[in-house]
Design a protein around this ligand. Structure first.
Ligand SMILES: O=C(O)CCC(=O)C(=O)O
Length: 258
């Protein structure tokens, strides 16, 4: 029987050896501009629509979850549960190159944990360096893997994500090593890239948002994955809608765990 990942053509988009080596060593990998200009604009429009519709309630599915890693974040626009909010978001969790990178990190048995939007508002957005897990893990024993789809050009000025390459291998949490994880780390890099780019990062690498020093929100969507034996951040069996179940292929159901 074919594995669901094969049904999503993951084997047709293998990582090159240098991509694997880069991901293994640094804990992140840019997949380049995977979003066409047309899809990028349509995503921005749908996000604006949802942001207006949901207002202060935006992200409530995330904040209500008992598995949330951090309490409600101020200074950001959030939306959660995007897998149930339009077919336009399907690519963001089913793209074969994305899934090939996640498979390389977590093995074949993983699922979507959540699909959320985060935009840092002007003068806001700084996060502590953190990992998306409650403790440090041994190299290779990864439980979670994140990715970020850039809806705006990411720059030092507008609060691009920072990360400290290689820290997924160090077996330490940022707050064990740093006096103040809000501060810059001497080895941190900033993910500067054009809108439409997707970057996968091992969730155990130290990372976080930085301050948006421009007048416009800095927008991005995170497709976040976990191993199948871990709880989802958005438990899809609770949230899934019948029209979505009817629309998506079996392999996407497998990814959502519904
Ligand atoms: O959006 C970003 O730049 C990073 C967000 C992040 O790491 C988080 O919300 O945990």
């Amino acid at each position: 029987m074919p594995h669901p990942l094969d049904e999503l053509n993951v084997s047709d988009h293998p990582l090159s050896q240098s991509e694997k080596d880069f991901m293994d060593t640094n804990g992140y990998l840019s997949l380049g501009q995977l979003l066409s200009p047309g899809l990028l604009n349509a995503l921005r429009e749908r996000i604006d629509e949802l942001t207006n519709q949901e207002g202060d309630n935006g992200g409530s599915e995330l904040y209500d979850s008992k598995h949330i890693r951090h309490p409600k974040e101020t200074g950001v626009h959030r939306l959660a549960n995007l897998a149930n909010k339009g077919s336009i978001f399907d690519t963001l969790y089913t793209h074969p190159k994305l899934l090939a990178t996640v498979r390389h990190t977590l093995g074949t048995e993983f699922k979507l944990s959540s699909l959320n939007f985060r935009a840092a508002k002007p003068n806001r957005g700084l996060q502590k360096l953190h990992v998306d897990w409650h403790e440090a893990v041994s190299p290779g024993a990864y439980r979670v893997c994140n990715s970020i789809w850039l809806l705006d050009d990411f720059s030092v000025a507008n609060g691009a994500t920072r990360l400290v390459p290689g820290t997924h291998l160090c077996g330490k949490m940022p707050d064990e090593e740093m006096e103040d994880p809000l501060q810059s780390h001497p080895q941190e890099i900033i993910l500067e890239a054009p809108a439409g780019t997707a970057v996968v990062f091992n969730s155990h690498v130290w990372h976080g948002g930085t301050t948006n020093q421009t007048e416009q929100p800095r927008r991005a969507i995170h497709s976040y994955f976990c191993r199948r034996d871990e709880p989802q951040q958005t438990p899809q069996q609770k949230f899934i809608q019948q029209d979505i179940l009817d629309r998506i292929p079996n392999a996407a159901r497998w990814l959502l765990n519904v």
